[in-house]
Design a protein around this ligand. Structure first.
Ligand SMILES: *Cc1c(COP(=O)(O)O)cnc(C)c1O
Length: 350
């Protein structure tokens, strides 16, 4: 339990009194009927998109809140999770001074965003089972550590982090623990959303880019204590989630059955692909996956990568990531795409 944490003590002091840009649509929403809107210098002729979008995505958030069993005040939406990561680093980390802790091999954007914001990175590599080395992690935490990024299920390894270790970080760390759950819909491990009520220092990220099939729309979700959301709202660009994206996301949330069917297909396909890869002589290990991709250790990653490319199949070469020597990351495709991949794998057994 950590419910007496004072969030205002964690955020960058100069942001405490930042006066946010007050947009026209902050003051009046165009959903109010019988009003004439002459306040935002928009073109008044209707094009479906002539008005600025709702800066707080009220409709979309209330639908998401309902689905996740949360309160809309616990939600911030971003232009992809990548914007959420950037807002978190900017809210909590003082440039040239503070640091974030990450556990490689992991999602590359945590490091890029920290570097862009001149915030130091501390790394503790995952152990041989791709789990957090918790005693080293706790040891690396200092007064300057403001954020810890935990990716679970982790990209590119595909596995979930041990819940015990996550809880230990939440309990022992006085800063913010961000759990990136981009692949949660493919996992058997339960979401950490249920711990939001116990830990004020927990931030959970999810996205519409993976299971929800809207990578092109750019919509990331951030769930946290309302105090954190309040500050994030003050620093975000006013119209960061455009109208088209809000509309398409609302539509997709009415399609949850179809999305679930697609997830079920991908889970079955993942097992088929795993079995096929385990039959290939040059594939040395297929790692367990709680995501929609498989990490595979092969005899020579560059060689196998290029052979697949020669057959018009693009996978991700993760050879240069710590602990991923000679590893390829293969996304589970449609049944047709996977069959094509398996056919090629079988042609090149040696
Ligand atoms: C794909 C992915 C995301 C999604 O980022 P978006 O900006 O929402 O598309 C986030 N985190 C991880 C670990 C990912 O692999």
């Amino acid at each position: 339990m950590k419910d007496n944490l004072d969030i205002s003590k964690l955020i960058r002091p100069e942001l405490l009194n930042l006066k946010p840009y007050a947009s026209a649509r902050d003051e009046f929403s165009t959903s109010s009927e019988n009003m004439t809107f002459l306040d935002a210098n928009e073109n008044p002729f209707d094009s479906d998109l002539n008005r600025y979008p709702d800066p707080y995505q009220t409709k979309l958030k209330s639908k998401i809140a309902q689905l996740k069993n949360l309160n809309p005040q616990q939600i911030l939406l971003g232009n992809g999770s990548d914007e959420v990561i950037d807002l978190l680093v900017r809210l909590f980390c003082q440039p040239y001074q503070d640091e974030v802790l990450i556990f490689p091999p992991t999602y590359g954007m945590y490091q890029v965003v920290a570097e862009l914001n001149t915030v130091n990175i501390k790394t503790v590599n995952l152990d041989s089972e791709f789990q957090i080395d918790i005693s080293r992690a706790i040891h690396e935490i200092s007064d300057k550590t403001k954020l810890i990024f935990v990716c679970s299920p982790n990209n590119p390894t595909g596995n979930c982090m041990n819940l015990e270790d996550i809880l230990k970080l939440l309990n022992e760390f006085q800063g913010i623990v961000v759990i990136d759950e981009a692949y949660q819909d493919f996992s058997d491990q339960k979401s950490s959303l249920k711990y939001l009520k116990d830990f004020k220092n927990l931030v959970v990220m999810q996205t519409f880019s993976k299971a929800y099939g809207l990578a092109g729309a750019r919509l990331g979700m951030c769930f946290a204590n309302p105090d954190i959301i309040k500050y994030l709202n003050r620093i975000k660009p006013p119209y960061n989630v455009n109208q088209l994206t809000q509309d398409v996301a609302l539509k997709q949330l009415k399609n949850t059955e179809e999305v679930q069917q697609q997830i079920n297909i991908l889970q079955e396909e993942k097992l088929k692909l795993k079995a096929a890869l385990e039959n290939v002589d040059w594939a040395e290990k297929v790692y367990p996956s709680d995501a929609n991709f498989l990490l595979v250790k092969v005899d020579d990653a560059n060689k196998r990568y290029n052979i697949l490319l020669d057959h018009n199949i693009v996978v991700r070469n993760r050879h240069n990531q710590p602990g991923c020597h000679n590893c390829l990351r293969i996304t589970v495709g449609t049944p047709t795409e996977n069959a094509q991949l398996i056919k090629i794998l079988n042609q090149f057994k040696l």
